[in-house]
Design a protein around this ligand. Structure first.
Ligand SMILES: [Zn+2]
Length: 244
């Protein structure tokens, strides 16, 4: 398939609501403005994202958090101009890169046929120092599962043969953008969409409500530093690779 025949469809696959806002919201907002259909896939139910001082962490409290965080994620996606948000509702905090998860992701990628996929790093970066908050084990499990789903399973009819039976033929993802990777090689210009990134992040009220002003300051500084290295006012950074 030539480049011109590639569908302008992108899919962001992350463990939790707000992961994408921190890592790639400016980039996907820019893509959406260029006419790309962008989908978020949120793998977990986010039920572990309640207050640190909580003592009631039972099922009712968890399902209330899930409902809140889904609504926040949908609001953030609306700010960014995305097409839809898909929730896989795996239990939060205990995500594993199982074959079942790989199949779920292959199913979605074959259905929506993204040319670009954005995902989380399956590995920690140790430079300049390892940022432990960035490498939640769910994030790394999501990264492992997504990369395994892209290659070879999504493009190989012999993997998950039941999917052919569901009317989902193989699909080849062309471009992969990894957030938080140990080696970064691609800066995305978010100068025109940085404000949307901040507005989308602010939609996650339950997570960022009280610290949004501080977060905005830090994110602006970080995006400006990355941008300065690449000739942009603001940037997000990825490891980008092409699936030739
Ligand atoms: Zn997360």
């Amino acid at each position: 398939m030539s480049d011109q025949e590639q569908q302008r469809v992108a899919m962001v696959i992350v463990a939790h609501p707000d992961d994408a806002e921190f890592g790639c919201a400016g980039t996907v907002a820019a893509w959406a403005r260029e006419g790309w259909d962008v989908y978020y896939v949120i793998i977990t139910d986010a039920s572990g994202g309640g207050p640190d001082e909580a003592t009631d962490v039972g099922p009712a409290a968890r399902s209330a958090i899930t409902a809140t965080r889904k609504a926040e994620q949908r609001a953030a996606a609306a700010v960014l101009g995305l097409r839809d948000v898909i929730f896989l509702d795996k239990p939060d905090g205990v995500l594993e890169p199982t074959i079942e998860l790989r199949r779920d992701l292959v199913r979605l990628m074959r259905r929506y046929q993204p040319t670009r996929v954005v995902c989380q790093s399956p590995e920690r970066s140790w430079r300049p120092t390892m940022a432990i908050g960035r490498y939640h084990p769910d994030h790394m499990a999501a990264g492992v599962a997504t990369l395994a789903a892209i290659y070879p399973a999504c493009q190989n009819p012999w993997d998950f043969p039941e999917l052919l039976g569901e009317g989902l033929p193989p699909h080849k993802v062309r471009e992969i953008y990894i957030m938080g990777a140990p080696e970064q090689n691609y800066a995305s210009d978010i100068s025109a969409t940085f404000d949307l990134k901040i507005a989308a992040l602010a939609a996650h009220t339950s997570q960022v409500g009280s610290r949004m002003a501080d977060l905005e300051t830090r994110l602006r500084q970080w995006a400006a530093e990355l941008g300065a290295q690449h000739g942009f006012a603001y940037a997000e950074i990825f490891h980008k690779t092409e699936n030739g």
